[in-house]
Design a protein around this ligand. Structure first.
Ligand code: ATP
Ligand code: MG
Length: 343
């Protein structure tokens, strides 16, 4: 049967890229998958510490991130929602997978280079690189494989890591027999939402130092308006949909299109009656605000002191179910390796 797993780092409130590329898909799967599909969604805090974090800030972000997952409509009665660090089997399987994972393959991953702002041809040993930032794709592979996930809904920036995950499964299975499941990637149509400040070449990111480069799913109407106003466009008159020559405009139009979710209307049609950039920005602001208003309201309610205990309960119950799910796999893994007493 199907198992769906995905994760998000608790390194700030999710933005529209996270939402359109991954989170909205998580909620849709909850609505469309049959009851026997297991759904697991993790706040991957062990990944968050691959870069420097302030402990108090991280604790706050873990709490807020859980609230955002509930605010977008994930239902803890249907989906297993948990903090990664509450389930030690993720780290245990990571070690086991590191014993077969290839350093060469890891060094070809691009994310450690972009997080350290290193050039694309950078080599691991020449750079100020922490082991965890280099090897975290192995942890990500463990996150997925420890639950025997068959499908992983993520944004396009994660395709490379999913490929690596499959190679970890193959590597393990080759040595120890057919234990781990190779997962498939599920990409949403909005697989890469671009930064508002660098729409030609950077994806929208939680870790971008320019907070105006992203719109958070809890932003107020005023914040949305301010950020959309300063979004980089171009100096061409009028509005056309032309992703190659007008990436800034195209990004705003596609954000709008994905939020409206009307498959029958093309981006070209969407901009047909919009005369100017300021009219486009007003329109985009309205569409974003209308869509996230209910999310923002639910989030604010969940963050009130009254709901604190409820969130703690959700995390505890999620952890318990995730531990059970992971143990099913770990029993087989330990047995295949030769750990424990033979059954
Ligand atoms: P960071 O910059 O710290 O890596 P992030 O914004 O990339 O943060 P993650 O927690 O790493 O957020 O990713 C959560 C999910 O959101 C992943 O599935 C990722 O592929 C997806 N995602 C992130 N950014 C975008 C984007 N701009 N467009 C579409 N999907 C995205
Ligand atoms: Mg990321």
């Amino acid at each position: 049967s199907k198992v769906i797993f995905s994760g998000i780092q608790p390194t700030g409130i999710p933005h529209l890229g996270n939402y359109l590329g991954a989170l909205r898909q998580w909620v849709k799967l909850q609505e469309t998958e049959s009851d026997d599909t297991r759904l697991l969604y993790s706040l991957v805090d062990l990944h968050a510490i691959t870069v420097k974090q302030d402990p108090r800030q991280l604790r706050q972000w873990r709490h807020e991130s859980l609230a955002t997952l509930l605010a977008i409509g994930l239902d803890p009665a249907r989906s297993i929602i948990f903090h990664q660090s509450d389930v030690p089997a993720h780290s245990e399987l990571m070690w086991i997978l590191s014993c077969t994972a290839s350093v060469g393959h890891l060094s070809r991953m691009t994310q450690w280079k972009s997080k350290l702002a290193l050039p694309e041809n950078a080599k691991p040993l020449d750079s100020p690189l922490q082991l965890g930032l280099f090897s975290y794709p192995v942890l990500q592979a463990a996150d997925i494989l420890v639950h025997q996930a068959t499908h992983v809904p993520v944004g396009e920036d994660q395709s490379q890591h999913l490929e690596f995950t499959r190679s970890c499964a193959t590597g393990f299975n080759h040595l120890y027999g057919d234990v781990l499941t190779e997962p498939e990637t599920i990409l949403s149509p909005a697989k890469r939402v671009m930064s508002l400040s660098k729409p030609a070449d950077k994806k929208m990111s939680k870790s971008d130092t320019n907070y105006k480069s992203r719109i958070l799913i809890t932003d107020s109407r005023e914040e949305i308006q301010r950020k959309v106003k300063t979004a980089v466009t171009d100096s061409i008159d009028g509005i056309t949909f032309d992703p190659i020559n007008r990436p800034g405009i195209a990004n705003l139009v596609t954000i709008m299109q994905y939020l409206l979710e009307d498959e029958l209307i093309t981006p070209e049609e969407l901009v047909k009656d919009i005369p100017t950039k300021s009219a486009l920005k007003d329109r985009v602001t309205d569409v974003i605000d209308a869509h996230i208003e209910p999310i923002r309201e639910r989030f604010n309610k969940l963050m009130s002191p009254d709901d604190r205990d409820y969130l703690i309960d959700v995390a505890e119950e999620g952890a318990e179910m995730a531990i059970t799910s992971a143990e099913e796999t770990m029993k087989k893994v330990r047995d295949a390796i030769g750990f424990g007493s033979a059954s």
